[in-house]
Design a protein around this ligand. Structure first.
Ligand SMILES: C[S@@+](CC[C@H](N)C(=O)[O-])C[C@H]1O[C@@H](n2cnc3c(N)ncnc32)[C@H](O)[C@@H]1O
Length: 202
């Protein structure tokens, strides 16, 4: 039986050495708490990287729960497959290889929890593509929504981050004002938005 804390440490070191962005400590605590409270049976993750957050969620969700996770980088998905296999979770975590913007339109079934952690400029597009797959009460966790402090800053963002910042603001505006969602923005770390889906008729 593999020691998961050793494996998590190994993935953290691998990510650090290979410049692979994985969830930070603050966001992972929020993710773990939310997964424990919600006890989701079906999770969708957008942005696998090498499987760290997927394994984290798998460790705290019900044993018979399932995760679908999407990643477009072929090397990362291979590495994720290895780590997930070593963790003994390959039956529980399904890896989908490709651009989430396309794959989301082809998904079947419904989700109790969605973790959005891929292209920062696409969060609203991702959410809009899966709204009809959310169960009432589903939770959507979006990471890095304050993007290095730029999203809430009154200073204009550097030119190369302008679109990301604009689109993250649009995401936060949508989940904060659309009556179908109830959202809390956690400003710790790089910012995490946790939204509850109230249903289509709100
Ligand atoms: C921040 S990393 C994910 C980290 C991972 N959730 C974790 O904490 O272990 C974001 C990942 O999203 C992937 N990505 C970016 N845009 C994507 C897209 N359109 N479709 C699928 N994956 C995408 C990137 O290749 C990258 O590996």
């Amino acid at each position: 039986m593999i020691d998961m804390s050793d494996l998590f440490k190994e993935i953290e070191e691998y990510a650090d050495e290979n410049d692979i962005p994985i969830i930070n400590k603050v966001s992972s605590q929020l993710l773990i708490e939310t997964v424990k409270n919600k006890a989701p049976k079906s999770i969708l993750e957008i942005g696998t990287a090498v499987g760290y957050s997927a394994l984290l969620m798998a460790s705290y969700m019900p044993i018979d729960g399932k995760i679908i996770t999407i990643e477009q980088d072929a090397n990362r998905i291979d590495t994720a497959y290895d780590f997930i296999t070593r963790a003994g979770r390959i039956e529980q975590i399904q890896l989908l290889d490709g651009d989430a913007s396309d794959i989301l339109l082809q998904l079947e079934g419904t989700f109790d929890l969605v973790f959005i952690d891929a292209a920062k400029g696409q969060y609203l597009d991702y959410l809009q593509k899966i709204i009809d797959k959310l169960v009432v009460g589903a939770v959507i966790i979006a990471d890095n929504v304050l993007f290095r402090g730029m999203v809430m800053s009154e200073e204009p963002p550097q030119k190369r981050y302008r679109t990301i910042v604009k689109r993250l603001r649009e995401y936060l505006d949508f989940v904060s004002h659309d009556p179908r969602f109830s959202t809390t923005i956690h400003s710790e770390g790089d910012g995490v938005a946790i939204s509850y889906y109230r249903g289509a008729n709100k």
